[in-house]
Design a protein around this ligand. Sequence first.
Ligand code: ZN
Length: 567
Amino acid sequence: MLRMQSAWLFAAALCFTACGARSDRTSRSADLMVYGRVWTGDSTNPWAEAVAVRGETIAAVGDSATLSAMVGPGTRIIANGKAMVVPGFMEGHAHLLSGGLQLTKVDLRDASSPSDFIARIKAHAAKLAPGEWITGGGWDHERWPGAPLPERSWIDSVTPNNPVFVSRLDGHMALANTAALRRAGITRATPEISGGTIVRDRRTGEPTGALKENARTPVDQVVPLPSPSQSDSAVARAMQWAVTRGVTAAVTMSEDPGAIAVAKSWLELASLKRAHSRGTMPLRVAVFVSLEAWRAMGDTLRRDGPGDDWLRAAGVKGFIDGSLGSKTALFYEPYNDAPETSGLFVTPEDSLRAWIGGADSAGLQVVVHAIGERANGVLLDIFDSVAKAHGPRDRRFRVEHAQHLRRGDIARLARSGVIASMQPYHAIDDGRWAQKRIGPERIKTMYAFRTLLDSGAHLAFGSDWTVAPIDPLLGIYAAVTRRTLDGKNPNGWIPEQKITVEEALRAYTESNAFGVFAERTRGRLASGYLADLVVLDQDLTAIPPEAIQRVAVRATVVGGKVVFSKP
Ligand SMILES: [Zn+2]
């Protein structure tokens, strides 16, 4: 279905430039005309002055004098002066359901001290009925003096009637209060859980409430799942939020690490299907469900097909390791600030091999979270052996995060065509404290955007929202400046890994289109492509890079429709 439509659009594009300009101009005027400094993303013709849209697609891109002939009485005009117009930003890795839920939950992202953390939970608890769960969070103990992990003793007295389970911003560690631990049955006697850590008091052995990776599972299992209608409104809220940031298409990784991943996957996919059938999707979404559910996903695709340009059941996503912030990212050598560990596998290696092999033989696109150097190395080995065993196919394996890469693995990524799906905002966030964790050598190939591009690897960008804001302009700012959030690296943290504005734009547009097999219809402004574009209030190439973080989205257009405009 998708392929047929792409082929048709492609044919239309060729016809327009080769033979149809005359008849098109006389037959019908444009529905929408956008003037501005247009960056097309088309390297043969990167700059233009106007984009003409008819229906859902781009009718022409070119100079304003020529295209003005397509303006008729019914044409809507957006005139953007010398400010920039770009292809719609594509978000390569977000979590729409959990992001939409988070928008109404306790927000601990900016909690700047333990007392601030406690006060926010107390204020939130006051709004809830007894017994209601407090979830969400997004706390970051690296913001606090001395960076202590939070403990349940901090919050028990302010949450006597509500179980609490609030996540660290990376989603790899969470804090439970005593009420939540009790419901989950976690006590001092609970044995260690494989692929996870129950953080314990050094003296007494009592769980402190902090639970890493798979140790969260017992609590996850007793937190009620959102109802279908809660899920519908969360997904709707997330999509609306995304288009205000200029996102015209998103990949949603429809899982969280943990045991409820599979249930959440189907919940999110069902909500998106309902939104699609009601015609209320403001942007395009590609869904990856939990790798563990590859067999069911294969069956779903065989039964229902992959979907269309608005909603696509894209493939499956797995996890190999944890995160740097939680010291669970898997390295070859130990952490500098925790020599007893070098991270962990959150999925056993043999399960990963079996699932990736199964998913690939079912024809699914497989993407896997890998952060640490060893996680990336092992994953590339698995991808390699699966590809060899199953023979050539346009499979587009993706490494999600690819955060720490040994130089040899950067070259392997480029050689194998595996896509590096990365989140530049993490670089300016983690860059605040990464060196104390892994030392001065290993940070040199951390978020190695420059080296990846120079070696010819596919580099696609996203946010991992809610781990970072779902705001491509902030991602571009981060990739171009590498200025850490604490202001301590004004010339950039590991500045040799900076990339240019146009390279960052490409990673948010064309490369993400390629990452979901949509490069024939999306990712650039050219006639015949879908009319997804963003109107900015400045020209990113004409301002100092540090000003990019203050650039705003004026309008977001998806399929020719203005889905957001700034009042
Ligand atoms: Zn993620």
